[in-house]
Design a protein around this ligand. Structure first.
Ligand SMILES: [Zn+2]
Length: 286
């Protein structure tokens, strides 16, 4: 749709006035073609929430807030809450424990049908078995991220063992994809300490947690669909790998695939924007 110059002018003026009133919110406003981009250091979370309120009024002009560039910020629930709210259209589907020959492939089929991008936190031990599936994840534009090599509880490991888990799996991904940036590490069971943070940073990654953990090991397709339809402003966790591998789709995985298939298209129709973590949070971990 052609962007009306008047709409752009109204948005520009409104943003400028509100940012003046908010004081510290915006140092710089950049128009890039049809996009109004708020580029600022710092852009406050308040201005971001406000843009989410403004956007529906001017659907023909895309307004984006550029998060501040920081040095290795971890995505934790506080950061997510600061930047995203129930009104945020952004939705982040993330999948842990894969890839698997069954669930991951069927999930990729669903995402492909709806042109949705997601983030896959893979295990190195599964990557070795299924490099073709990992290749498909990357080829279809999803984000590849790290979930360790063998899925240990990092709080039970020595520093050397923690580093080995991360280094081994990361070097494996780099071997398959030498040019791919692996930006995020999610420790198994969500358990980590400062040593894990430091090691992840040493290897150029930031910790990426979530604010919506689905009970996809016990949920029906209908329950998963309902969760997805209420997923605005959420980093959601699902699971696409069984260990040891089953060699077939487990019942929870079948429910997950059916639940996603039933809901993502409807969520898109309601305005949800499915993104990879780096699409939105990349600036926090440059
Ligand atoms: Zn896991």
């Amino acid at each position: 749709m052609k962007k009306s110059p008047l709409s752009k002018l109204v948005v520009l003026t409104t943003i400028s006035v509100v940012c003046f009133l908010l004081g510290n919110c915006v140092q710089q406003l950049v128009w890039t073609g049809t996009t109004a981009q708020l580029a600022s250091v710092p852009v406050s979370a308040a201005s971001h929430q406000w843009v989410n309120t403004l956007q529906p009024t001017f659907p023909q002009v895309q307004i984006r807030v550029q998060p501040p560039v920081t040095n290795g910020t971890n995505i934790d629930s506080d950061l997510i809450q600061q930047w995203l709210g129930d009104r945020s259209p952004e939705v982040f589907l993330t999948f842990d424990d894969g890839p698997s020959a069954e669930a991951t492939v069927q999930i990729l089929d669903v995402l492909q049908r709806h042109n949705i991008k997601a983030t896959f936190f893979v295990l190195g031990s599964n990557v070795i078995r299924l490099p073709d599936v990992v290749q498909r994840i990357v080829a279809e534009g999803h984000e590849l991220a790290l979930h360790s090599h063998t899925h240990p509880n990092f709080l039970t490991l020595t520093r050397e063992q923690k580093e080995a888990e991360i280094a081994q799996s990361l070097s494996l991904l780099h071997w398959y994809f030498p040019d791919l940036r692996i930006r995020w590490f999610r420790p198994p069971y969500g358990k980590y300490d400062q040593e894990v943070v430091d090691i992840a940073h040493d290897y150029g990654m930031c910790i990426a947690m979530f604010n919506e953990i689905s009970t996809d090991n016990t949920s029906s397709a209908g329950e998963i669909a309902r969760v997805v339809l209420k997923s605005r402003g959420k980093i959601m966790v699902f699971h696409d790998g069984q260990w040891p591998p089953l060699g077939r789709l487990s019942e929870p995985e079948a429910q997950l695939v059916a639940g996603l298939n039933r809901s993502v298209g409807i969520a898109q129709g309601q305005g949800a924007k499915f993104m990879t973590l780096s699409d939105y949070f990349g600036h926090f971990c440059p």
